[in-house]
Design a protein around this ligand. Structure first.
Ligand code: SAM
Length: 408
């Protein structure tokens, strides 16, 4: 593999932004790729993939590089160099690479890198690259399942498309993108996995709203609401609306979708997406205070609570979450989830249904919140079912969903 210094320099720059300035990895990579028009598709893929993989394997690479704190540019060059040595072995089981003799890589000894790498693989929190506290938490909540889940969560996520049935069909999308480039997800013919990673945002069919980019696990949540045409549906934590758009498509533009969130700019993004998707039955509402929730008491046939969470189910996609997440955030977010579940549930009509969903693998954010709700509201609510997507299945992030019915 021939290394180009300008491309490795770009990776080092990205690492600096992510780990020294604590910026969000996806935003940094996007900005960086826009900054140099001369990079071709392969250069861009090299920068993006290697940055994400170093972030994913940060602790292991630091261990192999014998770097304690990566604060300076020379530490980051060392980390990038060590990653280049171990990556083909780590990902494909091939031989360790030899580095070019650049001054930035001076002092990196391939034999000691290999030795430290093998040593690191013997300790789970180093081998799977995660902070001590998170490894302890995963073990305490998931026990023997934790190791297996970690392995799956450290695999890169493929790109999954959701065919927008308001504008197109799976056959049409396959015809446009080439059926040979796509793989259907079992039991959902409208979920198509791209066999080869590529940026779909500039694709004409995407711009025309024929499909959205949405993980296959996430695509299971809107149908879990048990939707019938003509229903009034509230998506109370709608964000930029991945699931609201799916709900609108399942309603075939009948009934109504009210998409709410405390973050107004996200709702602005949702409006643009709704336009592109040909959605005509959706309105947005910014939650400025909880009084709004009371005014909507008993108005929804269906309510989706896709609550804010740790994001530990989507580590494949956002590996920097491992380094950004803090124990205090988790304590706080569980309280927010509980408040949303206990207060917002009042918007469901008697006889209506609600889905509580998280993109977390932790029971404390998911099953346990629902159990606690059912314990205090058994008189008014009936538990119908719950489901977890499996992170080891190709195309699926780790989602939890529970369906509850408000008694008449
Ligand atoms: C998991 S994200 C939602 C993702 C979105 N449903 C989708 O499919 O793209 C959680 C959302 O909850 C919002 N949120 C946080 N606290 C909230 C609150 N108290 N009430 C309503 N929404 C809230 C966040 O702004 C965020 O957009």
């Amino acid at each position: 593999m021939k290394l180009y210094k300008g491309l490795v320099a770009a990776i080092v720059e990205a690492l600096q932004e992510i780990f020294v300035k604590h910026r969000q990895a996806d935003r940094i990579v996007e900005q960086l790729l826009k900054s140099n028009k001369k990079w071709g598709a392969r250069d861009r893929a090299f920068i993006a993939e290697n940055t994400y993989e170093i972030v994913r394997w940060w602790r292991l690479v630091k261990y192999a590089a014998e770097v304690e704190k990566a604060s300076y540019s020379e530490d980051l060059w060392r980390i990038a160099g060590v990653w280049m040595i171990i990556k083909t072995h780590h990902i494909h089981g091939e031989n360790f690479e030899i580095l070019p003799e650049w001054p930035e890589f001076e002092g990196i000894n391939a034999d000691s890198v290999e030795e430290r790498y093998q040593e690191g693989l013997l300790i789970r929190k180093i081998a799977q690259s995660l902070p001590d506290w998170l490894d302890d938490l995963g073990e305490s909540e998931l026990g023997s399942q934790w190791s297996e889940q970690l392995v799956a969560l450290n695999r890169p996520a493929p790109i999954v498309l959701r065919v927008n049935t308001l504008k197109s069909s799976a056959d049409e999308v396959k015809g446009i993108l080439g059926a040979e480039n796509l793989m259907e997800v079992a039991q959902n013919s409208n979920a198509l996995i791209l066999k080869k990673r590529q940026n779909m945002h500039n694709n004409d069919a995407f711009k025309q709203g024929f499909f959205e980019i949405q993980d296959a696990g996430s695509q299971m949540i809107a149908p879990y609401l048990d939707i019938n045409p003509g229903m009034s549906i509230i998506d109370a934590c709608a964000g930029a609306g991945g699931k609201s758009l799916h709900i609108a498509a399942l309603l075939q533009n009948s009934g109504s979708v009210l998409s709410m969130d405390i973050d107004d700019p996200k709702l602005g993004e949702l409006k643009k997406r709704a336009l592109r998707n040909g959605v005509t039955n959706l309105e947005t509402m910014h939650i400025e205070s909880e009084e709004i929730i009371t005014t909507l008491s008993e108005t929804a046939d269906r309510l989706l609570l896709d609550v804010p969470c740790s994001g530990l189910g989507v580590l494949k996609r956002n590996p920097d979450t491992k380094w950004k997440l803090k124990p205090d955030f988790l304590t706080n977010i569980r309280n927010v989830q509980w408040n949303i579940l206990s207060t917002y549930s009042g918007m469901v009509k008697k006889g209506g249904k609600m889905v509580y969903a998280t993109c977390s693998i932790l029971p404390s954010e998911s099953e346990e919140q629902v159990k606690k709700f059912m314990k205090s509201r058994r008189k008014d609510w009936k538990f119908i079912s719950e489901y977890r997507t499996s992170v080891s299945e190709v195309g699926f992030d780790g989602f939890y969903m529970a369906l509850l019915e408000r008694k008449k």
